[in-house]
Design a protein around this ligand. Structure first.
Ligand code: SF4
Length: 440
């Protein structure tokens, strides 16, 4: 009989994608191989997101779809991990009678023990306690884990100390803890040995990192010195901690890419204040102006919430105004979704749904116009691309990778080059967000 198999379905952000990878690694140490399909798995986990209502609801529908597998195979275990697990805990067991385990955001390392306990007792297990921050232990990388990627994530901190009025994250991810700098550097060095060329540093407010006097800017300098790592990205920075030393480090360090994902949320000071975002539109714009002056080629993407309960037409117009001024390369915009536990969960929401949808549509149209214009300016330019994939576009023989500005770039012919190489590409055409180029 072969190894047992695990299949994990991931919802939400890059933090969750990274947690999934860590769970795969931990369960591999326990003898669980990865299964591409839930049909062959002995353990199926849903790694969940509760930032908006939509993804949260998907947990129930997804488990409902998988239920027949459990009816066919009584040994199969179902688990929910991530933010919904943390948020709902035991309640999930009441809602989903065939669930075997619920593991919260701080309890990833205990997953093997939880699985063992379920098997031994035949009863469901819930593990959702937060770790004590003073003794917090991050899940460390196993050098023997088989990485096949050239680009990977590195957690540099967990949790969030902000209390943005609409956001559930601090309640499901806990207080902020910065990871020891030596552990971060060791992990990146191990990744470099394994052939990883690009890393993305992860944290809810990644630039508020501080560990024993080392701040985010100093950390970037240390990472920039690691041999083998060619590219450094990070997500997501918060304007409150976007100090001049941080911006200077980004501009000066050759391995830090010319792209920032910089959440704006709203262009209106009234709304930002109500959201408790702790910055003004003016501060945000002055930081963008500072960075663009130092890095004219900088590409900027953002997150925007549309239809926040206090957002007036005039507030919304302020957001559109900033979008035009900054010329974001792309934006991820969502309708406001009330989340339990947050400060404004019970706040009256007077904006009619139709009105919200109209605003979102208008914003998306504007973004598309700006994105097309930004893309057209890149045609004819030379871009440095890390070749990462083969055959993920319409053409199965096509290769693709990312530019320094984080644009997807398709290449038909890579000649003598191979996956993992960094090449210079002349851009010959572009769609809204992707580019097509030829190696020069
Ligand atoms: S900074 Fe605000 S929006 Fe971001 S995770 Fe923290 S509370 Fe949520």
């Amino acid at each position: 009989m072969g190894n047992k198999k695990i299949h994990i379905i991931t919802f939400g952000c890059q933090m969750n994608v990274h947690d999934t990878e860590r769970m795969r690694m931990i369960m591999k140490q326990e003898g669980y191989d990865w299964s591409e399909s839930p049909d062959d798995a002995d353990l199926i986990l849903l790694n969940t997101c509760s930032v908006r209502e939509g993804p949260e609801n998907k947990v129930h529908s997804q488990l409902g779809r998988l239920k027949p597998l459990k009816e066919k195979n009584k040994e199969l275990l179902f688990g929910v991990t991530g933010c919904v697990a943390q948020q709902k805990g035991k309640e999930l067991l009441k809602q989903i009678s065939y669930l075997d385990l619920v593991v919260g955001t701080d309890a990833i390392a205990s997953l093997p023990n939880v699985v063992k306990k379920v098997k031994e007792t035949g009863k469901p297990v819930v593990q959702t306690e937060f770790q004590d921050n003073s003794e917090y232990e991050f899940v460390e990388l196993d050098i023997n884990y088989n990485f096949s990627k050239f680009s990977d994530f590195v957690t540099i901190m967990k949790g969030c100390n902000k209390r943005c009025s609409y956001c559930i994250v601090p309640y499901v991810r806990g207080r902020e803890v910065s990871r020891p700098v030596e552990d971060i550097l060791k992990e990146i060095e191990m990744m470099a040995q394994k052939g990883v060329k690009e890393i993305t540093l992860l944290g809810q407010t990644v630039n508020s990192y501080r560990y024993q006097g080392i701040d985010f800017a100093s950390l970037l300098y240390k990472i920039n010195d690691i041999n083998g790592i060619e590219r450094v990205r990070f997500t997501s920075p918060h304007p409150k901690y976007f100090t001049e030393p941080v911006m200077d480090a980004i501009a000066e360090l050759d391995k830090v890419m010319e792209h920032i994902h910089y959440p704006l949320q709203s262009g209106s000071n009234e709304v930002l204040k109500h959201m408790r975002r702790q910055y003004s539109a003016e501060l945000y714009l002055s930081q963008i102006a500072y960075m663009k002056k130092k890095m004219p080629q900088l590409e900027i993407t953002t997150d925007i919430i549309v239809g926040y309960p206090t957002e007036t037409d005039a507030d919304f117009e302020e957001t559109l105004k900033i979008m035009k001024e900054v010329e974001f390369d792309n934006s991820f915009s969502f309708l406001y979704s009330p989340r339990p536990m947050t400060a404004i969960y019970d706040l009256d929401d007077p904006i009619p749904e139709e009105e919200k949808k109209e605003r979102l549509h208008k914003l998306k149209e504007l973004q598309e116009e700006i994105s097309i214009s930004r893309t057209s300016k890149l045609i004819g330019s030379i871009q440095e691309v890390l070749i990462e994939d083969e055959g993920d576009g319409r053409n199965k023989n096509q290769f693709s990778g990312r530019s320094r500005g984080n644009r997807k770039v398709f290449i038909d012919d890579i000649g003598e080059y191979k996956l993992g190489d960094i090449v210079k590409v002349k851009v010959i055409s572009g769609s809204v967000h992707a580019l097509k180029g030829e190696i020069i």
